[in-house]
Ligand binder design. Structure first.
Ligand SMILES: O=P(O)(O)OC[C@H]1O[C@H](O)[C@H](O)[C@@H](O)[C@@H]1O
Length: 296
């Protein structure tokens, strides 16, 4: 069987390669492991809670309907940082394809975290599709506005924690020339550096990155992760470095920042405004590719 369901998780194994698998926690529909040809691709904190007591520190948490904290929207401002999807137990909708093994998860007001749904009482339905390819992991999201008369205003983001060998040898490419909001400096500017490199805490929201740009994570000249985006114009790049890691109780080991980088495709620089009855969709595709500097 390429899909196995337990009370808390869904595990997919590739039918042609037992060394390729993905594990999804129903809580948050959070992918917390993706092993490709025997090698883990995602970073997961050793202190991550997988019991539904808090969002998972690592893997691919889902951010909806708000990225960060909002202060001005009547309802979104009441939600905690990064919204309610990562704090809700999603329904496992089943397998939709045998090869590549593909499964779906659903979330709506009927099964979302009740405390948080009270704060954001809107009508919506989400379908997350997880496809485990022989050489890729695709996460696709569909958001439906199920209301007959209310606009659905939201952000979406895949908060992807990628595993790397050493942050000090790592660069992120193909973001050159893009406007960004630097959350450390609280300033907007255009990135003129040929690549992003890491020497301290870095927290940047790259905005409206050309859709044909592949974002690559490069280790000493070798591309280790390639990220393709569909309908996700923004990309957050984050590494918490020493002090921020120390302050996160569920971030372990404390030296773990050296082995992770978050590259988070999303739509966060403004809100998507979905009319009643309409659908919005997007995906992130993680795979391996040769080095491809599209812009320097
Ligand atoms: O600690 P969390 O709520 O999971 O947020 C973790 C991080 O998410 C994003 O990457 C933000 O840009 C960061 O500012 C934030 O620290």
């Amino acid at each position: 069987m390429s899909v196995e369901e337990t009370s808390t998780e869904v595990i997919l194994t590739h039918p042609e390669n037992k060394q390729t698998s993905v594990k999804v926690l129903k809580y948050g529909a959070t992918i917390f492991s993706w092993i490709l040809n025997g090698k883990e691709q995602l970073w997961l904190s050793s202190a991550a809670k997988l019991d539904g007591s808090k969002p998972v520190r690592g893997g691919i948490p889902l951010v909806f309907p708000v990225f960060g904290k909002n202060d001005d929207d009547e309802y979104l401002s009441k939600l905690p940082q990064h919204g309610l999807a990562r704090n809700s137990t999603w329904e496992f909708l089943g397998q939709v394809s045998a090869n590549p093994p593909t499964v779906q998860f659903g979330l709506g007001p009927e099964n979302a975290n009740p405390e948080l749904s009270k704060l954001w009482p809107l009508d919506y339905s989400l379908i997350l599709t997880v496809e485990l390819g022989a050489e890729h992991l695709k996460t696709h999201i569909e958001v439906n506005n199920t209301s007959s008369d209310q606009l659905l205003k939201f952000n979406w983001l895949f908060h992807t924690y990628l595993k790397i060998a050493d942050i000090e040898d790592t660069m992120v490419s193909n973001l050159t020339g893009t406007k960004l909001y630097d959350q450390m400096l609280k300033e907007s500017y255009v990135d003129k550096q040929p690549v992003v490199s890491f020497h301290e805490e870095l927290d940047r929201i790259y905005q409206e990155v050309d859709s044909d740009r592949l974002i690559q994570v490069i280790d000493k000249g070798h591309p280790v992760h390639t990220i393709k985006r569909h309908n996700l114009p923004d990309a957050v790049v984050w590494n918490p470095w020493v002090n921020k890691s120390k302050g996160m109780a569920d971030f372990e080991p404390k030296s773990g920042f050296q082995e992770m980088v978050c590259v988070e495709p999303g739509h966060v620089h403004d809100f998507i405004e979905l009319q009643p009855g309409k659908t919005w969709e997007a995906y992130q595709l993680l795979y391996k590719d040769s080095l491809n500097y599209q812009v320097v």
